[in-house]
Design a protein around this ligand. Structure first.
Ligand code: C2E
Ligand code: MG
Ligand code: MG
Length: 558
C-alpha cells in the first residue's frame, strides 16, 4: 500500500522541488512505498502521482533493462545507474540511481531520479550529437564521462572508457561511395547499441572512431571479453548495396579509477591502448598499460641525439655470421650500432623504434642497405666467394614509396648479385596491409632478392601468409631456441622446420649460444644457424678475418 506523501513543505520535499529531482522507496517487487518530488518534477503531472509500481514509468521495450538494473541493485546491495527514458507521456528525462538492500525479510530499492537538463536530453541537438548516427558526439561523451567521474568520487563506482577505430572504412567509401560509407557507420552504430546495456553511452567521436562509456565496469577480464565480443560484432559482414562488405577494428580502453581520475587522463590512456592494439596488427582490444612508458621528453632528447649522431657519423654496422648446419659461414646479418656522443652504446632495440617514429629510419635503413651491399660485394670480389648479406628492413622503410628503387639502386651501385642480398622483415609488416605487401614482395623476388621472415613465431598465429607471400627463409625467434632442449620449445622448432621444408623455405635458428643447442637444432631439421656460439656481431674486418681463418667451433670440435 502506498505510504502517505510527506507535506510539501517538509525539508526533503523542498530540497527535491528545488533540484527537480525525484525519490522513490520501492519494495522488493518494485511497488512504490514512498515517493517524493513527484508533484514538482517538471512534466510528471497527475499520471506520475498515480504510479503504483516503478516499472509502470517505463515503456514495454525497456522493461527488461529496468528489471535487470533493479535486480542487480537488490542482489548485490549496490548502486546501479539507469539511463532509460520514461514513457513518452512523461516529458522530463531523468538519470536514475538505484540503491538496493537485502536484509532477509527487508528487501527494497531507493530510486533517485536526477533531472537531465533539456538541452542535454534532446537527442537531436546537433551540438551534442553526431548528425549521421544520432549518437552522442565527443562533447556529450566528455560531459557523461565527467558525470561518471563525479559519481565515482561520491560513491566509489567505476567505469570503462573504450575507443573503437574502424579499419577499412575509407576503402568502403572509395569503392561504394560516401552514401554507402554513411550507411556502414549507421549499421556499426546500431550493432554497438544492440550489444551494450542501456546505461552505457555509445558515441561517435571521429570519422571512423566510436567511443563507449560503460558504468560499473571495473574488471579488466570482463572488459577484454566484452571487447572481443564487440570486435566480432564489427567484423561480421555488412550488407551494402547487396554486397557483403568486411571491415575490421582496433580497440583500446582505460578504467576509472585504476587508470586515471580525469576525463583527459582516461582518454589519453584509452588512446594509448588503441595505438597498442593497432601497432600489434589491429583486430584486437587492448587495455591501457600502466607500465611506465618511455617518457616523451626523454624520447625527444633521444631523437635529437640520434639526428646529431647521424650527422656526426656515430652509427655504424656490425656483422654477425650466418652459418650452415655444418657450421660453415655462408654470409652475415648486418646489425646497426650507435655510440651516442661517440662513446655510449645504445641498443638498436631502443633507437630503431625512435628512428622509426621520427622517420629517420628511411635514411638509416637506406644507408645500411648501401653500406652492407657495398661491403659484401667487395669481400666477394676480393675472396672470390659468394657470401650472402642479410639486411633488416623496418615497417616504415618497407612501406616507403621508393623502397624497391632503393634496393635496386643498392644492387646496381655495389654490383652485388641480387640473390646474395636477403631482406629481413617481420610478420607485422606482412599483416598491416597484406595486399600491398604481397605486391611489393613479388617485385622484390622478381629482381632475384631473397626475403626472410625475422623473429618468426612471435607475431601472428595466422600461417596463411606463408603461402601468400614470396618468401625464401623463416628465422625462428631466439625465444624458442634459448631454452632448448625444453620439450615444448623443441616441438615448436621441429614443426617450424618441417613447415619450412614443406613450403620450400629455408629455416634459420637465431640466438644459438651453445654446442648442445646447435646439435639439437641440426637433429631437428634446421638448415642454418646464427648466434653467439658461432660469432657475435662484429666489425667487417673482424668478420673477414673469421672467414679467412674459418676458425669455427665445428673445426675445434671435430
Ligand atoms: P634481429 O634482426 O632479430 O637481430 C638479432 C638480434 O639478436 C641482434 O640483436 C643480435 O645481436 C642478437 N643475437 C644474435 N645472436 C644472439 C645470441 O646467441 N644470443 C643473444 N642473446 N642475442 C643474439 P641487436 O643487434 O641488439 O638487434 C636487435 C634488433 O634491432 C634486431 O633484431 C633488429 O630487429 C633491429 N635492428 C638491428 N639493426 C637493424 C637495422 O639495420 N635496421 C632495422 N630496421 N632494424 C635493425
Ligand atoms: Mg634480423
Ligand atoms: Mg630476429
Amino acid at each position: 500500500m502506498p505510504m502517505p506523501m510527506p507535506a510539501p513543505e517538509s525539508p526533503l520535499e523542498a530540497l527535491l522541488a528545488a533540484s527537480g529531482d525525484l525519490a522513490f522507496h520501492l519494495s522488493g517487487t518494485g511497488a512504490v512505498t514512498y515517493a517524493a518530488g513527484l508533484d514538482t518534477a517538471a512534466g510528471f503531472g497527475p499520471a506520475g502521482s498515480a504510479v503504483q509500481s516503478f516499472f509502470e514509468l517505463f515503456a514495454p521495450e525497456d522493461q527488461s533493462t529496468v528489471r535487470e538494473a533493479f535486480d542487480e541493485a537488490i542482489g548485490a546491495s549496490k548502486r546501479v545507474p539507469l539511463n532509460v527514458a520514461l514513457r513518452p507521456e512523461f516529458t522530463t528525462r531523468f538519470r536514475w540511481l538505484l540503491s538496493g538492500y537485502d536484509a532477509g525479510a527487508r528487501r527494497g530499492v531507493m530510486a533517485v531520479g536526477h533531472q537531465i537538463p533539456d538541452e542535454e536530453a534532446t537527442t537531436t541537438d546537433p551540438g551534442m550529437h553526431d548528425v549521421l548516427t544520432g549518437l552522442p558526439n565527443r562533447l556529450l561523451l566528455q560531459d557523461r564521462c565527467e558525470q561518471a567521474i563525479e559519481l565515482g568520487n561520491r560513491q566509489g563506482s567505476s567505469f570503462a572508457l573504450l575507443l573503437l577505430n574502424l579499419k577499412g572504412f575509407n576503402k568502403v567509401n572509395e569503392a561504394f561511395g560516401v552514401r554507402a560509407g554513411d550507411e556502414l557507420l549507421r549499421q556499426v552504430a546500431k550493432r554497438l547499441l544492440s550489444h551494450v546495456r542501456s546505461s552505457d553511452t555509445v558515441a561517435r567521436i571521429g570519422p571512423d572512431e566510436f567511443a563507449l562509456l560503460m558504468p560499473d565496469m571495473a574488471d579488466p577480464e570482463t572488459m577484454l571479453k566484452l571487447g572481443r565480443q564487440l570486435l566480432a560484432l564489427t567484423e561480421k559482414a555488412f550488407i551494402l548495396e547487396d554486397t557483403e562488405v568486411h571491415v575490421s577494428a582496433s580497440m583500446g580502453f582505460s578504467l576509472y579509477p585504476a587508470h586515471g581520475l580525469s576525463h583527459e587522463a582516461l582518454l589519453q590512456g584509452a588512446t594509448a591502448a588503441l595505438k597498442d592494439a593497432k601497432d600489434a596488427g589491429g583486430s584486437r582490444c587492448s587495455m591501457f598499460n600502466n607500465a611506465p612508458r618511455p617518457d616523451a621528453r626523454a624520447q625527444l632528447t633521444l631523437e635529437s641525439a640520434l639526428h646529431q649522431g647521424v650527422t656526426n657519423g656515430e652509427l655504424y654496422l656490425h656483422y654477425q655470421p650466418l652459418v650452415d648446419i655444418e657450421g660453415q659461414i655462408y654470409g652475415a646479418e648486418a646489425l646497426m650500432r650507435w655510440n651516442r656522443g661517440g662513446t655510449v652504446p645504445v641498443s638498436p632495440a631502443e633507437f630503431i623504434p625512435v628512428a622509426e617514429e621520427c622517420g629517420l629510419i628511411q635514411l638509416l635503413g637506406n644507408w645500411a642497405l648501401k653500406a652492407a651491399t657495398a661491403g659484401f660485394a667487395r669481400i666477394n670480389r676480393e675472396k672470390n666467394m659468394a657470401l650472402t648479406i642479410s639486411v633488416n628492413v623496418s615497417p616504415r622503410q618497407f612501406r616507403g614509396a621508393n623502397f624497391l628503387q632503393t634496393v635496386a639502386d643498392a644492387l646496381a651501385f655495389s654490383g652485388l648479385p641480387p640473390h646474395l642480398l636477403q631482406l629481413e622483415i617481420t610478420e607485422g609488416i606482412l599483416m598491416t596491409d597484406p595486399e600491398a605487401a604481397a605486391r611489393l614482395l613479388a617485385k622484390i623476388t622478381e629482381i632475384g632478392v631473397q626475403v626472410a621472415v625475422d623473429d618468426f613465431g612471435t607475431g601472428y598465429s595466422s600461417l596463411a601468409y606463408l603461402k601468400r607471400f614470396a618468401l625464401s627463409s623463416l628465422k625462428i625467434d631466439r625465444s624458442f631456441v634459448k631454452d632448448l632442449p625444453a620439450p615444448k620449445d623443441l616441438a615448436i622448432c621441429r614443426s617450424v622446420f618441417s613447415l619450412s621444408h614443406e613450403l620450400g623455405l629455408k629455416s634459420v635458428a637465431e640466438g644459438v649460444e651453445t654446442q648442445e643447442q646447435w646439435h639439437i637444432l641440426r637433429d631437428a631439421g634446421c638448415d642454418a644457424i646464427q648466434g653467439y656460439f658461432f660469432g657475435k656481431p662484429q666489425s667487417l674486418s673482424d668478420f673477414e678475418a673469421l672467414v679467412d681463418a674459418q676458425a669455427l667451433p665445428q673445426m675445434k670440435a671435430a
